[in-house]
Write a protein that binds this ligand. Structure first.
Ligand code: 4FV
Length: 254
């Protein structure tokens, strides 16, 4: 059994508490499969006002996170985990888009992963130059802080760890796992307010069910995220189905 270790540097540790103490993440931590240490950057300040940010050189709006408390936090991590290699990720809109593939890679990560959460305008560039290995963005929008982004990264990686998802959860075949969006799901009752569950799902014929699900994944991806089809290597069978779906689409439009 291997433990995935995260260190989260933040000015608002409370923001991370609830999601890490609920359901799957809570159980993963209790099982020792996931370890998340949340550190308040303000605990590494030395002045009586616990100053962690200051106004930007050159003027301008907003505040900038100071380098000293963050460097001290890293020294604390190094002294608590001597010799351990760190992978430091800054969550920021300037980062590389976070995706399932990066989540799968992080789930395999042996190094201790430090997630640096920005707040206010920015972080002093010397922190980024000296300590940050990678910038990750969870989307092209601006958050009030990096904490929610850090939680997204922890959740997406931790759920891939062996033993974290129970059977009832792991049945869910990941969207993006095979590069396509997921097929529709149904449960009892077989008919609700006149809306029927597709007969094939009630047939018990697993080969037909698998074919239907694959077709529905291709249809959902074609309709909602055709961009994904460009970067997914599809089998000949899938390409044939896709051409059928496209002609159906054309006919339905005409
Ligand atoms: C963000 C994102 C994000 C920017 C200023 C925090 C905020 C403040 N992080 N993906 N989008 N961060 O908006 O990761 O520092």
């Amino acid at each position: 059994m291997r433990t995935l270790n995260f260190e989260v540097l933040t000015l608002f540790p409370g923001t991370l508490a609830a999601p890490l103490n609920e359901s799957i993440m809570k159980r993963a931590r209790e099982k020792g499969l996931l370890n998340v240490t949340v550190r308040n950057i303000r605990d590494y300040t030395e002045d009586k006002h616990k100053t962690a940010d200051d106004s930007p050189y050159g003027g301008g709006a907003g505040m900038v996170l100071k380098p000293e408390p963050i460097f001290r936090a890293f020294e604390a991590i190094a002294s608590e985990h001597p010799g351990e290699e760190l992978l430091t990720i800054l969550l920021s809109p300037q980062g590389r888009p976070f995706d399932q593939q990066r989540a799968e890679q992080l789930a395999e990560e042996k190094r201790r992963i430090v997630l640096l959460c920005g707040h206010y305008e920015a972080i002093d560039e010397r922190v980024i130059e000296a300590l940050v290995d990678e910038e990750l963005s969870i989307g092209d929008y601006v958050l009030t802080g990096g904490e929610l982004a850090a939680l997204v990264v922890i959740d997406a990686a931790a759920r891939l760890l062996p033993g974290v998802l129970g059977d009832e959860e792991s049945a869910y075949r990941d969207s993006f796992g095979d590069g396509l969006l997921d097929h529709p799901h149904y449960t009892r009752p077989a008919e609700y307010r006149g809306m029927k569950v597709p007969d094939v799902l009630l047939s018990g014929n697993h080969a037909d069910i698998e074919k239907w699900r694959r077709r529905e994944e291709l249809k959902a991806t074609l309709m909602k995220r055709p961009d994904l089809l460009e970067r997914t290597d599809l089998a000949e069978e899938d390409r044939k189905i896709l051409e059928e779906l496209k002609s159906e689409l054309r006919n339905s439009k005409s």
